[in-house]
Every structure is written in structure tokens, then in C-alpha cells.
Design a protein around this ligand. Structure first.
Ligand code: ZN
Length: 372
């Protein structure tokens, strides 16, 4: 059996919640010998998630060379015309601050509904055009598992989170895919990474048609473990698919940093998830899954394919190294956001977190200034 343990590994899909996430995601990165991680910011609305971009920027600054960051849009940021949020202007700022790409959670139905902005809305036109021109990647969560639209028998875990979409007030899965199709047809070389295999692991032919049609399209392997169940149903056919489209598939985990710093449970969960994913991709025959005695059939991918999925593809999309952060500019932006958060009536937890991020950024700027 080939030893793949020395292959560089980049986690293209991780999350930050609050300042405690920085230590936790650092610890996971070190414990799992990750070459780098990509921290994804969540879209902000008013005071909600207003900490996300500066939190990701802080993580990038504190672990230079090891952390990529995909910034998020602010949907109720002050704009010249309050009915027209300036997404292109926000993108220019994200790039100036040192972000490596953009994360859009806007295609998740529970986020989409309150925003009420189709993914192909003209509001996004200039934004997608710039991303395409700059060859800057965007990682989009579109859809969710089909069972969440089931009105008769939705999965219990979805009900628990309030993610049940069958009541007619949410877009259908096909409506969301149609919007993405329109975006890609108008921006055919957009470097678009769809999270969670685009929830299309039930339809391999459709995935192939999409990859053949748009050269910049990729999927990430971030579980929902449903996709690993799909792969298990026909590992030989999926193995061929992975080899054929080896340059379009990226490794990602959804590991989330949480609130409490140096939480050993985060390292434990993160390590186990990475190990389970690697078993599914590297081994053949029956393999142990992530939790609860789940079993899958492994794909047994060749080393050169794994090297692309684990790191090569992400580097091609986002650069060989993370872009450096403009720390003084991030600090200034953080001050503005804190004012905005106060004005928008953000909750106490958010304000406390933003204040802590601001202090850490101030220290980082001083440290940078003191360096020879
Ligand atoms: Zn995610």
C-alpha cells in the first residue's frame, strides 16, 4: 500500500466563529500537519456576522504563509444608494486587505430567503466580472441535500436546525442551480468552487456535463457525509470520475473554530474528520467513517490524483502562497466595523468579540512595526 501521509494537504473549507477560533484552527492545522488552511468568512447582514472578515484577516496575519482567507460580502453595509449594496466595491476592498478569494453562503436556502437576492441578480454583475477578470476564486454554497425540501418526511437533524425548505417560501434546488448556470454562462471562466460537491453526488453524469461546460468550475469534498455514501454505492465508477476530473475536486472539511480557545475537542473532531476523509479517498474496500460506526467503500485514488485534490488544485485556484494582509488597513476597517456594529444594534457577544479582535489587530500592527 502506498503511503500518502507526506503529501501536502490544504483544507480549502474551514470556518471561524469568534476570536477563540484562531487558536483552535491553528491547533488543528498543526496537529494534522496541514500545509495550509482556507478560512471562509460568512456573509454579514447588519450586525450579524460583522466580525467575520476581520477575524479571518487576523488569523491570516497571525499565521503568515499558512492561512488563506476568502472574504464575505456585507448585505446591509452603508452605501451611497441603500437599495444597491456595492458588492464590486466591497470586493475591491477585500482584495486590497489581502483576501485570497470570496466565500458566498448566499446560495444556502436559509440564508438566501432573508436576503431575497437571486445569485444571478444584476446587483452581482460587476462583482462576478471582477472576480473573473482577476482570476480570483469564489467558493459558493448552493443548495442543500434534497431531503431538506421534503415536506412529508424531512430528516430530523434538518428539522432541528430549522433547515426545512418545502413550504414554498424557499427557492427550489433547481431554481438555485439555474441561477448558477446563468452566472457561469455569462462568466464562463469564473473560478467557481461549489461547496459540498454541489449536492450533486447523486448524479455523476450531470457533474461531468457541468465540468465539461465550464473550465473554471470545481467542487469541494466537504462532508455532509451523504456524498461519501453516494461514492460508496459505485466506487469503481466514482474512481474513474475522480481520475478524469482530478483537476476539479478540492479537499475541505467544514472544521469550525468555535468560541472557546484551545478547546481540545476541536483538535479531536478535526483530526478524526480529516482521517476519515482520507480513508475514503486513499483506501480500497470497506473503510471506517467519521462517527457512529458508519462504513464506506474507499476510492483508492492514485497518488498523483490525491496530490491535486489535497493541494495542487487549491493552489492553482488561490495562489501558491496566501496573499499577505495589509494589517494597518485591516485595523482601520475593524474600527469602522465596530462603529457600524454599535450603530446596527449588534448583540453584546458580537461587540465583545469585535473589541477583542481589534485589540489583537492593534498588537499585531505594533509587532509588525517593531520587526526589523
Ligand atoms: Zn461550510
Amino acid at each position: 500500500m502506498t503511503d500518502h501521509s507526506t503529501l501536502p494537504l490544504i483544507d480549502a473549507h474551514t470556518h471561524m466563529r469568534a476570536i477563540g477560533s484562531v487558536a483552535n484552527q491553528s491547533n488543528v492545522m498543526d496537529a494534522c500537519h496541514l500545509t495550509a488552511v482556507n478560512a471562509l468568512s460568512m456573509a454579514a447582514r447588519g450586525g450579524m456576522n460583522i466580525n467575520q472578515n476581520v477575524l479571518v484577516a487576523l488569523f491570516k496575519a497571525e499565521r503568515p504563509g499558512r492561512v488563506y482567507g476568502f472574504g464575505g460580502l456585507h448585505h446591509e453595509a452603508p452605501a451611497v444608494d441603500p437599495l444597491r449594496p456595492d458588492f464590486a466595491g466591497q470586493l475591491r476592498r477585500l482584495r486590497d486587505l489581502g483576501f485570497d478569494g470570496v466565500k458566498m453562503i448566499e446560495g444556502k436556502p436559509s440564508v438566501y430567503k432573508p436576503l431575497a437576492t437571486p445569485l444571478n441578480d444584476p446587483l452581482y454583475d460587476e462583482f462576478y466580472g471582477l472576480l473573473e477578470a482577476w482570476r480570483m476564486p469564489v467558493l459558493l454554497h448552493v443548495g442543500d441535500p434534497a431531503g431538506m425540501w421534503d415536506t412529508v418526511n424531512p430528516p430530523a437533524w434538518a428539522v432541528q436546525r430549522g433547515w426545512v425548505y418545502g413550504d414554498g417560501t424557499y427557492p427550489t434546488l433547481e431554481e438555485l442551480y439555474a441561477q448558477v448556470t446563468d452566472v457561469l454562462d455569462r462568466h464562463p471562466s469564473l473560478r467557481l468552487i461549489l461547496a459540498h460537491f454541489a449536492f450533486l453526488d447523486g448524479d455523476r453524469d450531470r457533474c461531468a456535463v457541468m465540468f465539461d461546460r465550464w473550465s473554471g468550475l470545481a467542487f469541494d469534498l466537504t462532508p455532509g457525509w451523504g456524498m461519501y455514501g453516494s461514492f460508496s454505492k459505485d466506487p469503481a465508477a466514482w474512481r474513474d470520475f475522480f481520475i478524469r476530473y482530478a483537476d476539479r475536486i478540492l479537499f475541505g472539511t467544514d472544521n469550525s473554530g468555535g468560541r472557546t480557545p484551545n478547546d481540545p475537542e476541536k483538535v479531536d473532531t478535526g483530526s478524526k474528520r480529516i482521517a476519515a476523509m482520507r480513508r475514503c479517498l486513499e483506501l480500497t474496500g470497506e473503510v471506517e467513517g467519521f462517527a457512529g460506526g458508519s462504513r464506506y467503500r474507499g476510492l483508492g485514488l492514485p497518488s498523483d490524483v490525491l496530490a491535486m485534490i489535497y493541494a495542487g488544485n487549491f493552489r492553482r485556484y488561490a495562489g501558491d502562497r496566501p496573499r499577505p494582509v495589509d494589517l494597518p488597513a485591516v485595523l482601520e476597517h475593524c474600527r469602522d466595523l465596530l462603529d457600524l456594529a454599535r450603530g446596527a444594534g449588534a448583540d453584546e457577544e458580537t461587540l465583545t468579540d469585535m473589541t477583542a479582535i481589534l485589540q489583537r489587530l492593534e498588537r499585531a500592527v505594533q509587532f509588525q512595526g517593531a520587526r526589523p
